[in-house]
Every structure is written in structure tokens, then in C-alpha cells.
Design a binder for this molecule. Structure first.
Ligand code: HEC
Ligand code: HEC
Length: 378
């Protein structure tokens, strides 16, 4: 009987509950998508990048809640180790010794907190970039383009830092698997680890999924409502007034009426001073009309706005100072589009921005609103 019951003792212990495991693998997928679109994506992958970022935020929110409401080893209190413990762990590794931990070991635990903190910083800086550079999201109403550009550098550095942390995390897993004989990867799939004798176990805590769910819904809804209400405010330095009807009529006759925020005062002045030789066309206007347009364009030129387009098109190409399509930014952004696409019936010429940018009229040029028209695709 006695020997029987000892055989009945389970050879494994449940360590990672379902919440931890789903979180872990879903986070891996979301970070992978965010990294691929962030490092290698083009403007049209921004939307996927944002969806990945939102998923990461929700997953991290869940993990923070689960750290207080999950089962024993999911709780933060079971893997809060002092720096002294971390040093001991490193010394142990050096000496080739190995103390077994059922949950995270001290080094692994610090890695979890470093990863979570780094993800939080990346999401926050990403939101600043989205607000300042693209004038979208909850921070658009207070973030300048310059701030967005500056924080973009930090966002990138943090992203490289995260890649480094993930590398160390994998190195740690490899070390534990090889030297510690721990099957960490299968434990993160099955949730179980071999039971060890004389491994100190933390105080048992049951998972409280209902509490977690309520907290997640409450915080998630409060967050979403806040984000939505901030995001609905007009972006800092974003023009919102409708295009002047006279300008729309006179300058929208041959091509779409370029948004005034696209051109510097110097560009508009140059265009209006040479209307009789307007890129090979005669676009002359009566003096009174021209003066009216001049006043409107001067008042709304790029110097007055803080949008991306107002900044990136502001550096004119001295060879063709009156063309947006001659600026370095424009040429770089469109270098992969073949000339036939611009010459196609559906587009016409490079300056027909509205053929591919459905929001060109508003001067916003959001990456989400780019689509080469059906008829122009090769
Ligand atoms: C009679 C037709 C016509 C009218 C009216 C007209 N344009 Fe143009 N515009 C053109 C043509 C043609 C081009 C050059 C197209 C090309 O590059 O093949 C051009 C190009 C431009 C460009 C340069 C686009 C680029 O980046 O390549 C600007 C800026 C511009 N127009 C502004 C204006 C403004 C401002 C007005 C109103 C005062 C105006 N246009 C009215 C025909 C016109
Ligand atoms: C034939 C279609 C087409 C036309 C015409 C066109 N664009 Fe684009 N534009 C694109 C595409 C496609 C991209 C994205 C390039 C990429 O994926 O790298 C882009 C990218 C951009 C971007 C960068 C978007 C971002 O968020 O990174 C800006 C700004 C822009 N275009 C402005 C303009 C302006 C201004 C004009 C007119 C003077 C114009 N485009 C004309 C297709 C076009």
C-alpha cells in the first residue's frame, strides 16, 4: 500500500496556468508582428503596427492584473527577488552549481520585469510618435511634430533594446535547458514542470479569473474611453478649415487643389508670380483674383502648420523649387513607384496626389489612406 501511494504522487506540478501561457505566446506573436512592421515595414504597414501595439498594451494590462490574481506562480510576489539573490544566482552559474526553482529563478524573474517595463515604455513612446508625427491617437492634440520626431529615435532605441532583452531571455532559456536540465519550453506549453524534492514552494494561491476579468474590463473600458476622447480632439497644428471655394475653383481646374499647408509661402508666391508660364500651361488669372488667392495661400502656407506634410515638403529642391514632387522627401518616398503608374490614365502625373492618397485634399496624407488605383497597378 505504502509503496503504491508513493508511486501515485504526481511526477509533475502545475506551474504556468493557462493565463500565463496564453499571454506568453500571444505576446510573442504580437511583438513579432510589431517588430517586423516597425523595422522593415513601409507606410502602409503602420496600421498593422498599430494593431500589434494595441494588442501588446492589452496583453501587458492583462499580465499586470494576472500578477495579482493568477495562480501561485503567476503572481508577482512569488518571483520578487532582491538584487542579492540575483548576484547569488550569477555566482552559482559561474561555479557551475544549480539551485532549482519551480517558478522563475531570480535572473529569469528580473528579465520578466525588464521585458514588461520595456514594452510599456515602447507603447508609450509609440503613442507620442503617432501623435506628433502622424497627428493620430490620444496624444495628437498636445504633441508637436518636433517632439514626435525626437521620441521616434527613443522608440527605435527602445525597440533595439527589446530585441537585445529577447536575445538574453532566449539565452537564459537555452542555459536552463542545457545546464539546468529544465524543459522550459515544454513547460510553457503544457504548464507543468517535474516536481522536485526539497524545492521550496511559495504559499499557494488560487487563480481568480472572475476578479481578473472584471478588473480587465473595467480598466480596459476606462482606458479605451479616455483614449477615444483624447483622440477625438483636433491635432496640434492640424488645419481643419474647409478649402477656400475660390481657391478650389481656380486652382482645382486642371489638377486637384493642393492643400495650402503643402507649400511654403515662397512656393505659393513663386507659383502665383508665374501663372502665365505654369509648368508649360497658361494659368493666368485676373489681378484681383490672384491677390485674393495670394492672401489666402500666404495665411495658410506650411509655416503655419505642424503636420508631417507641412514639414517634409518644406525643403524645396533648388532646381525645381515650385514642385512638391521634386523635393527629396517626395522622391525618396515614391522611388519604388514606376513612371508608368504616374503616367497611367487613373493617375495622370506625379502631382496627382489625390489619385493615391484619398485624404490628400485635407493635407493629412495618413499612411492608412494610401492606395494606388486599380487601373494604374501594373
Ligand atoms: C490650366 C491648368 C492649370 C491650372 C488652372 C493650374 N495648374 Fe497647377 N499645374 C498644371 C500643370 C499642367 C502642372 C504640371 C503637371 C506635370 O507635372 O505634368 C501643374 C503643376 C502644379 C504644381 C506642381 C506640382 C508638382 O509638385 O509637381 C503646383 C504647386 C501647382 N500646379 C499649383 C497650382 C496653383 C496654386 C494653381 C492656382 C493658382 C494652379 N496650379 C492652377 C496646370 C494647372
Ligand atoms: C501613384 C500613386 C501616388 C501618387 C500620385 C502620390 N503618392 Fe504619395 N505615396 C504613394 C505610396 C504607394 C506611398 C507609400 C510608399 C511606400 O510604401 O514606401 C506614398 C507615400 C507618401 C507619403 C509618406 C506617407 C507616410 O506616412 O510615410 C507622403 C507624405 C506622400 N506620399 C505624399 C504625396 C504627395 C504630396 C503627392 C503629390 C504631390 C503624392 N504623395 C503622390 C503613392 C502615391
Amino acid at each position: 500500500m505504502e509503496s503504491n501511494s508513493s508511486q501515485m504522487t504526481p511526477a509533475t506540478v502545475p506551474v504556468w496556468d493557462i493565463g500565463v501561457r496564453i499571454f506568453h505566446w500571444a505576446l510573442l506573436a504580437a511583438v513579432f508582428v510589431a517588430a517586423m512592421t516597425g523595422f522593415f515595414g513601409s507606410p502602409d504597414s503602420l496600421q498593422i503596427h498599430l494593431i500589434a501595439g494595441i494588442s501588446i498594451s492589452l496583453l501587458v494590462l492583462f499580465r499586470l492584473i494576472w500578477g495579482f490574481s493568477g495562480s501561485t506562480y503567476a503572481r508577482f510576489r512569488t518571483f520578487l527577488f532582491s538584487p542579492v539573490k540575483v548576484r547569488e544566482r550569477i555566482q552559482e552559474m559561474r561555479a557551475g552549481r544549480h539551485t532549482r526553482y519551480i517558478g522563475h529563478n531570480p535572473l529569469g524573474a528580473w528579465m520578466i520585469f525588464a521585458l514588461l517595463a520595456s514594452l510599456i515604455f515602447i507603447v508609450c513612446t509609440g503613442t507620442v510618435v503617432l501623435g506628433g508625427v502622424f497627428k493620430q491617437g490620444p496624444l495628437a492634440f498636445i504633441t508637436s511634430f518636433a517632439t514626435g520626431r525626437f521620441v521616434q529615435e527613443i522608440h527605435q532605441i527602445l525597440a533595439f533594446g527589446l530585441v537585445g532583452l529577447i536575445g538574453l531571455h532566449l539565452a537564459g532559456v537555452a542555459y536552463e535547458t542545457v545546464f539546468g536540465k529544465e524543459k522550459l519550453i515544454s513547460a510553457m506549453i503544457s504548464g507543468n514542470k517535474p516536481a522536485g524534492s526539497n524545492v521550496p514552494a511559495p504559499r499557494f494561491a488560487p487563480a481568480r479569473p472572475i476578479v481578473a476579468l472584471i478588473a480587465f474590463i473595467a480598466l480596459g473600458m476606462a482606458g479605451t474611453t479616455g483614449v477615444a476622447s483624447f483622440a477625438s480632439r483636433p491635432g496640434l497644428g492640424v488645419p481643419t478649415a474647409a478649402i477656400d471655394p475660390l481657391y478650389a475653383k481656380e486652382c482645382g481646374a486642371c489638377h486637384f487643389a493642393y492643400h495650402p499647408s503643402m507649400g511654403t509661402a515662397a512656393l505659393w508666391d513663386g507659383v502665383l508670380s508665374h501663372l502665365d508660364q505654369h509648368f508649360g500651361e497658361d494659368a493666368s488669372l485676373p489681378d484681383a483674383t490672384r491677390a485674393q488667392l495670394a492672401a489666402y495661400l500666404k495665411e495658410n502656407s506650411s509655416e503655419h502648420w505642424d503636420t508631417r506634410i507641412a514639414h517634409v515638403l518644406a525643403t524645396a529642391n533648388p532646381k525645381e523649387p515650385l514642385r512638391f514632387t521634386a523635393t527629396r522627401f517626395w522622391t525618396r518616398m515614391h522611388r519604388e513607384i514606376p513612371d508608368q503608374v504616374f503616367a497611367s490614365k487613373a493617375v495622370g502625373f506625379k502631382g496627382a496626389c489625390n489619385a493615391c492618397h484619398s485624404d490628400a485634399k485635407t493635407g493629412l496624407f495618413a499612411p492608412q489612406n494610401i492606395e494606388i488605383p486599380e487601373g494604374a497597378r501594373l
